[in-house]
Design a protein around this ligand. Structure first.
Ligand code: ADQ
Length: 502
């Protein structure tokens, strides 16, 4: 790989989305773990981000430049949108990505809809992404493709005759063979992974599941090596597969948590929720995050341990997600019913047990809520990593706070020694864990939190990227300087009109 290669991130969603209507377009920030993790990296080093801008409107180049130009300039890297039609969004995004792979890979196969049309659309849209990569990148660039929506990109790029250094990272878990084998297109899908030069997973468990599936479906494949990076040989392909746990920009969270603005918000919050113990849950609205189970567990804690009543409150913040999908609307209703049922059962004048918010909050508000909370409830049913667990710890600037963590979150592999681990399907077990957290002596809380924070400080998101780049290309993050780049959209303009948003 030459010295001038740029860092190119490819993901289904861009870190910004376009909303509104003609004459009144606006750009907002996307939320979610992938964007949270990668934004600080590109902001630091510059580069290119290729993805969908979240709208199905057909926008001409001039309008796109007007909308995305300032966002790109502010972000410090280039943004190239790929256009998706309404049908693409229905079939590729809501369909194959979110009704097949998402539930299957989170062990929730009864939620899957294995529609043949979804598979066709998935490959078609991945073909569109491959074309965008061909158009906006050079042979020496480092193309880093992200997550389950984009698995076939490398194969489609290669089959169109384009050679790129292409690596992949899976943000969600990889399931064991008994679950993966239910996928009707299992062999093709597995082979798609093998078209990358390097494939990263969040944990050793995911990597092992992947190689176990390879052994089951491609018996001629061979896996060598036992450390974090192993090598798979399958036919002509030789691919390195690794366990590389993602992380957060620790310093940025810590510094935000200490800032004057956060101290002001915190003071105000403390006067509004004055109870001795505050627990917090922060999640995207998603059935994998275990929100109903958590609310039931909190109710059970109030029921089983009467001494907690009047002294503890749960603040549950849910960021709206996939709002136009019926299953997500039902989940929202279920959560709201459960919250009102627990509040109805236990509230007294002057005490409300659960404070529920269905909205996105700013980074400063989030840090203030994290600081306010003595206990974090991070209890997904299954999760690739879960960044909230790490963000919460980074914001515990007084080393206070107890992390209650699901053993099914990827984060448990790194944080299990100093968190209270729970089975997120076990309501009584989680209620007991809340009680244990409340009773934990201060010195024990602090020493555990110090250990957790030291781990995240060391293994932060820059450590993750650096390791990834070193393992996959032998280069480090500092080897990707933002060289003198042509003005935004310069390349697009030269190729107009065929280069609109496609
Ligand atoms: P997600 O499923 O999106 O990510 P997660 O890792 O928990 O899950 O990240 C969520 C992000 O959204 C966090 O950065 C959090 O701060 C933010 N967020 C949540 N609620 C919010 C709110 N109300 N307001 C503002 N921000 C909010 C996927 C995988 C994960 C994996 C990540 C990264 O599913 O397992 O950890 O990618 O690889």
């Amino acid at each position: 790989m030459g010295g001038k290669g740029r860092l190119v991130i490819v993901s289904n969603r861009l870190p910004v989305k376009i909303e509104g209507h003609p004459g009144k377009w606006k750009v907002t920030h996307s939320s979610g773990g992938l964007v949270s993790a990668l934004t600080p990296v590109l902001r630091d080093r510059g580069g290119i981000w290729i993805g969908w801008a979240g709208t199905t409107e057909v926008l001409d180049l001039k309008t796109l430049r007007e909308i995305l130009g300032p966002a790109s300039k502010q972000a410090g890297y280039r943004i190239y949108p790929v256009r998706l039609s309404r049908e693409d969004v229905d079939s590729f995004y809501h369909g194959f990505s979110n009704e097949v792979i998402w539930p299957l890979f989170h062990d929730l196969q009864t939620r899957c809809r294995f529609e043949p049309e979804y598979w066709k659309s998935y490959r078609k849209v991945n073909g569109d992404f491959a074309k965008a990569i061909k158009k906006h990148t050079r042979p020496e660039d480092y193309v880093w493709v992200h997550d389950y929506q984009m698995v076939p990109v490398a194969r489609l790029l290669r089959s169109s005759g384009v050679q790129r250094n292409c690596v992949f990272f899976l943000h969600i878990p990889f399931p064991p063979p008994d679950i993966f084998l239910k996928l009707p297109w299992r062999e093709e899908f597995l082979k798609d992974f093998l078209e990358y030069d390097f494939v990263g997973f969040q944990t050793m468990r995911d990597r092992r599941n992947f190689t176990d599936c390879l052994k089951a479906l491609l018996p001629d494949s061979r896996v060598t090596g036992r450390g974090p990076v192993a090598t798979v040989t399958a036919g002509e392909r030789r691919v390195r597969v690794a366990a590389m746990p993602i992380s957060i920009d620790y310093r940025s969270f810590r510094d935000t948590a200490k800032s004057a603005k956060v101290n002001r918000i915190l003071k105000e919050l403390k006067s509004q929720v004055p109870w001795e113990n505050i627990a917090i849950g922060v999640d995207r609205l998603d059935y994998t995050k275990g929100i109903p189970q958590r609310i039931r567990a909190f109710g059970e804690a109030c029921r089983s341990f009467p001494e907690l009543r009047g002294k503890i409150a749960l603040i549950q913040i849910v960021v709206p997600s996939r709002e136009d999908v019926p299953a997500y609307q039902e989940l929202r209703e279920e959560i709201e019913k459960l919250v009102s049922s627990v509040n109805g059962e236990f509230s007294t004048p002057g005490w409300i047990p659960i404070h529920y918010m269905h909205k996105s909050v700013s980074r400063e508000e989030l840090a203030a809520y994290y600081r306010l909370a003595d206990i974090a409830l991070v209890t997904p049913l299954k999760d690739g990593m879960n960044l909230v667990a790490k963000e919460y710890c980074a914001c515990q600037v007084d080393d206070n706070g107890v992390l209650i963590l699901s053993e099914f979150a990827g984060a448990a592999a790194q944080m299990h020694r100093s968190a209270i681990l729970v089975n997120s399907y076990d309501i009584q077990g989680m209620a007991d864990a809340i009680h244990e957290a409340v009773q934990m002596p201060l010195e024990k809380r602090k020493s555990r939190m110090r250990r957790l924070r030291a781990g995240i400080r060391r293994q932060n998101v820059f450590w993750w990227v650096d390791n990834y780049l070193r393992a996959s290309t032998g280069k480090a993050l500092v080897d990707f300087p933002e060289a003198s780049m042509a003005p935004l959209f310069h390349a697009l303009m030269k190729r107009a009109p065929e280069a609109s948003t496609k």
